[in-house]
Design a protein around this ligand. Structure first.
Ligand SMILES: [Zn+2]
Length: 341
């Protein structure tokens, strides 16, 4: 089999989430840190969806804590500290952490509005869960103490500040909270959502993302035996035909705009890049494959589905002087930041 240098978009880990009841709280608007604020620190007020309002002056959200198998009401801003701690290393640039806080806040509010039966079932009615493979990563306060040890105070304060400094700020498109999806590391170009999940979303378009090679997960390799390769593909499409000349198994690759693998034709059957990613546990759909003795070797670039904000790309942009607002507007095209509460 020839080595193909095409790659492909990533898979769809839809990170689901949910509910939150926002409440209008004390108007301590901390407009002080003018760093990322637009219009001289005055964000346009966003009308708060009724479903997000509660009678208290607090923003509450229902979370399903998987470890404890329990649903609890928590303060959204406090919960976000645990999400940012779970999603990004505390060593990341402050502006990247702020971008993450705003993206996660937006994601949660958006999911709450888009709540559906399946998610409700998986969450026992809560808006979001703490399972990173399903919703967003979350680290409890106790766990952060364990993880960070003597660095705890400095790290915790840094992350808390990234949440506090962006309090209530969310990303909107047409005055609605966006689906603020994000991923670890892109291939150097993020993905169009339609290339990964099939649905076109105006603000989830492929953009250049610099500095990705600084991510420890930028490149990876996966080896599978030829037998496993054949069996897994056969399980997916039983009509697949493997000819004697293995160099001819891969018949063609259609690339996504990012350069990743959108579809790949193998043995007469067409697979989505996301299917191949899932079947062989690849970190992304940006892969090439070739034979090496009795094995197939995938060379993979990037980590994650590739749609929306790249966390390592955001960190690099911040290291180059970009503020969180600039970072978010780069990865989510045509959006407006607003203060939801
Ligand atoms: Zn979940």
């Amino acid at each position: 089999m020839r080595r193909h240098k095409k790659k492909k978009p990533s898979i769809l880990l839809l990170y689901p989430i949910f509910i939150l009841l926002i409440i209008v709280s004390i108007p301590f608007i901390m407009l002080a840190s003018s760093g990322g604020l637009i219009n001289n620190g005055a964000y346009e007020e966003l009308k708060i969806p009724e479903v997000l309002q509660t009678q208290n002056a607090e923003k509450a959200i229902q979370v399903y804590f998987k470890d404890e198998d329990a649903v609890k009401d928590v303060n959204l801003e406090e919960y976000l500290i645990g999400v940012v701690a779970g999603e990004m290393p505390a060593t990341f640039e402050t502006e990247a952490l702020k971008a993450q806080a705003v993206a996660a806040r937006t994601y949660i509010i958006n999911r709450e509005k888009a709540n559906n039966e399946e998610s409700l079932k998986l969450h026992k009615g809560a808006a979001i869960c703490t399972d990173p493979t399903h919703c967003k990563a979350y680290v409890s306060l106790e766990k952060t103490k364990e993880n960070w040890k003597e660095q705890w105070e400095a790290n915790y304060n840094k992350i808390k500040k990234s949440v506090d400094d962006t309090k209530g700020i969310i990303i909107t498109y047409n005055d609605e909270p966006i689906s603020a999806v994000f991923h670890s590391t892109s291939s150097g170009k993020t993905e169009n959502s339609e290339d990964v999940w099939g649905g076109s979303v105006p603000y989830l378009k492929s953009v250049d993302s610099e500095g990705e090679e600084l991510s420890p997960r930028y490149t990876s390799t996966v080896e599978v035996t030829i037998t496993d390769f054949q069996n897994k593909l056969k399980q997916k499409k039983s009509d697949i035909q493997f000819s004697q000349e293995r160099e001819k198994w891969v018949e063609g690759i259609e690339n996504a705009e990012s350069g990743g693998v959108k579809t790949i034709k193998i043995g007469g059957q067409t697979f989505k890049g996301t299917e191949i990613r899932e079947l062989f546990g690849l970190r992304s759909t940006h892969f090439t494959l070739g034979f090496q003795n009795d094995k197939i070797v995938f060379h993979v670039t990037g980590n994650g589905h590739g749609v929306g904000m790249s966390q390592y790309g955001a960190n690099y942009a911040a290291s180059q002087g970009a503020g969180y607002e600039e970072i978010l507007k780069k990865y989510y095209q045509g959006v407006v930041l607003k203060k939801a509460y």
